[in-house]
Design a protein around this ligand. Structure first.
Ligand SMILES: [Cu+2]
Length: 157
């Protein structure tokens, strides 16, 4: 006799198998797009550099005490919120929570700021002394920024 637990386990296994299949197809699509030369050359070169340098292994920027805390959810393929407004010259800690099924990062190239998070994981890093302005962030996994994983940190005076 099958118990509810058995059915639940079978259901979870089916979902996991489905997710693995989806991840594999995302990777295959990325390779296919790349071989067509569909990426803008500048971001393609930068992204390839990012992957080759394995910056995704580097530690997150140090957190600050008494900082204002902000959280950004990374999904497949979006950031929520995609706009963050912070005050200039105020320490800020940013946390990325990856609720997606694939690896994502949050990179502010202009500030050399990188947060990397595997599915179900989060990562936090600090920023301080920001001058007023708008700083673009994006996910640097090939194809993700083009698919919508971009946003801005607005620093108000
Ligand atoms: Cu991503």
């Amino acid at each position: 006799m099958r118990s509810d637990k058995t059915l639940l386990a079978a259901g979870i296994a089916a979902v996991l198998i489905g997710l693995i299949g989806m991840s594999a197809s995302i990777g295959a699509d990325g390779d296919r797009w790349e071989s067509r030369g569909g990426w803008p050359s500048l971001s393609h070169g930068r992204m390839m550099g990012w992957w080759n340098d394995s910056d995704h292994d580097e530690p997150a920027p140090a957190l600050f005490d008494d900082a204002e805390e902000y959280q950004i959810v990374a999904g497949d393929l979006f950031f929520e919120p995609s706009r963050l407004t912070v005050r200039a010259a105020t320490p800020v800690n940013i946390t990325i929570v990856n609720e997606g099924r694939v690896f994502h990062d949050l990179t502010i190239s202009e500030l050399d700021f990188h947060l990397n998070a595997d599915p179900g994981q989060s990562a936090s890093g600090g920023l301080e002394g920001l001058a007023p302005g708008e700083y673009r962030f994006e996910c640097t996994v090939p194809g993700h920024a083009q698919a919508g994983m971009v946003g801005s940190v607005i620093v108000e005076a």
